[in-house]
Design a protein around this ligand. Structure first.
Ligand SMILES: [Zn+2]
Length: 106
């Protein structure tokens, strides 16, 4: 899987094509992700604990992985992801455009 939580991604197709956002949730089994403020849909909901007043709530709808591309934190470009093996043997994702390692925190 080439997407991680908290990644900044570019939307490649659909209504929000060209928008960038942060991945807030991944559903690996369905190969979709929720991206902050992207692909917003209006939901009519009954009052519940999260939304005590009920009514129309805007929320993100999932987008398929194939419509998302990771934005490199170094060069700022949307890129495909290369897999690299680090000196200590860990596998990491890297930007295909500039070679920057994108998973330094792990
Ligand atoms: Zn890059």
């Amino acid at each position: 899987m080439h997407l991680h939580r908290e990644d900044t991604v570019l939307v490649l197709s659909g209504r929000d094509k060209g928008k960038k956002g942060r991945v807030i949730r991944l559903f690996p089994g369905r190969e979709v992700a929720l991206v902050e403020k992207v692909n917003m849909v209006k939901r009519h909901t009954r009052p519940n604990q999260q939304v005590p007043q009920g009514g129309i709530v805007e929320k993100e709808a999932p987008i398929h992985f194939s419509n998302l591309q990771v934005v490199c934190s170094k060069c700022g470009k949307a890129t495909r992801v290369a897999k690299k093996t680090l000196a200590d043997g860990r596998r990491a994702r890297a930007c295909k455009k500039c070679g920057e390692i994108l998973d330094k925190e792990k």
